[in-house]
Design a protein around this ligand. Structure first.
Ligand SMILES: Nc1ncnc2c1ncn2[C@@H]1O[C@H](COP(=O)(O)OP(=O)(O)OP(=O)(O)O)[C@@H](O)[C@H]1O
Length: 341
């Protein structure tokens, strides 16, 4: 088995006292998170706001002290040797703040000066599509350009692992898609990526594997496909059948419920929906053929990571749900400094 580049075992970090409200869990923080990231992956940490994602990556970067558990980044414990971890770890945290007047190129050269063997600034400008913006001041950049600059800054120390936190929050759909392409481009250069996000579609699109975190705990781990396929009704086949064949179609399909690949048959307007495993289509087609029903239209529908969240937590996914107390004074800045330990 490949040695993980990042390993988190039973990480614990609590903020303040546990809440007294019934059902509100153990209070804000992280309460036993475990996962391992293998080299070259885009690994996702997905969950609603306040789930504990940023806390987890800040502990990994040695920016916060933990209360318990074991952490390893490229063979080094970030809690005991944060400075060694930072040599190989690039981190782009939420809300990067740079001086309004600093230009893109100045910012990159300034950050490069902190490293003995920095990445080539020209290469970074090209990789992140910022050549045309090199002389633009930070305050004049669009949201997408600021995000691209923050990724470039996270990569300036030639990290082996890059942590990207809530990259696409506030971006329009086109800028989001462009940012996703960039993340894939960065991974293609050999950097392992730890992607923190509360966007289900982003995780589904980008991550090779992921953990879903809710209220400080891991509630699911796997590839997006594995997590979805574990649902009892991972897929659905939707059929439109002419009114005169409808009764025959239902008579053929209803007895399939309870067979290994079929969980339910339901009607919805003029459509019939058969839900089941990813092999549900294999059950539907022979049954229709035997009854000589030719549908006017057939579509397959896949579930999403949002359905996985609902299935494992029993709650609807509210990306903005932030349980527990917040710390109004906590303002995170880019790079290693600025976090309160
Ligand atoms: N310094 C702090 N003091 C008190 N509570 C904190 C502190 N930092 C985080 N928290 C709380 O701990 C919980 C987890 O926060 P964290 O930032 O790790 O969540 P998150 O999943 O990254 O969400 P978000 O995207 O909103 O940052 C939240 O309830 C948050 O309010």
């Amino acid at each position: 088995m490949t040695t993980p580049v990042v390993e988190v075992r039973d990480l614990r970090k609590a903020y303040g006292a546990a809440p007294s409200a019934p059902g509100s869990g153990e209070g804000p923080g992280v309460h036993g998170v475990s996962f391992a990231v293998t080299p070259g992956e885009i690994f996702g940490i997905l969950g609603p706001n306040g789930a504990g994602k940023t806390t987890t990556v800040e502990c990994l970067a040695g920016l916060r002290d933990t209360d318990g558990g074991a952490l390893m980044v490229l063979g080094v414990d970030p809690q005991t040797h944060p400075e060694r971890v930072r040599e190989d770890l690039g981190i782009q945290l939420q809300e990067s703040h740079l001086h309004d007047k600093i230009t893109v190129e100045e910012a990159l050269r300034l950050y490069a000066a902190f490293y003995s063997d920095p990445a080539d600034v020209e290469e970074l400008l090209t990789l992140l599509d910022l050549q045309d913006k090199r002389r633009t001041q930070f305050a004049k950049l669009s949201g997408g350009q600021k995000q691209r600059l923050s990724i470039a800054l996270a990569l300036v120390g030639r990290p082996k692992v890059a942590i990207l936190d809530e990259l696409t929050t506030g971006l329009d759909p086109a800028a989001r898609r462009a940012t996703w392409d960039l993340v894939e481009r960065v991974r293609a250069t050999g950097v392992t990526i730890l992607l923190v996000t509360h966007f289900m579609d982003e995780a589904e699109r980008l991550c090779d594997r992921l953990v879903i975190i809710d209220r400080g705990r891991v509630v699911a781990t796997g590839t997006p496909g594995e997590l979805i396929d574990r649902l009892d009704d991972a897929r659905a086949v939707r059929l439109r059948v002419a009114p005169d064949a409808r009764r025959r179609a239902l008579a053929a399909l209803t007895p399939l419920v309870g067979t290994p690949d079929v969980a339910a048959v339901e009607t919805d307007g003029d459509e019939i929906e058969v839900r089941g495993t990813r092999r549900v289509l294999f059950a539907v087609v022979p049954a229709l053929a035997a009854a000589d029903v030719v549908p006017d239209d057939v579509r397959t529908v896949s579930r999403t990571l949002e359905d996985v969240f609902v299935a494992v937590t029993g709650r609807a996914y509210d990306p903005d749900a932030a349980p527990g107390a917040t710390d109004p004074d906590l303002s995170l800045t880019n790079t290693m400094d600025g976090a309160d330990r």
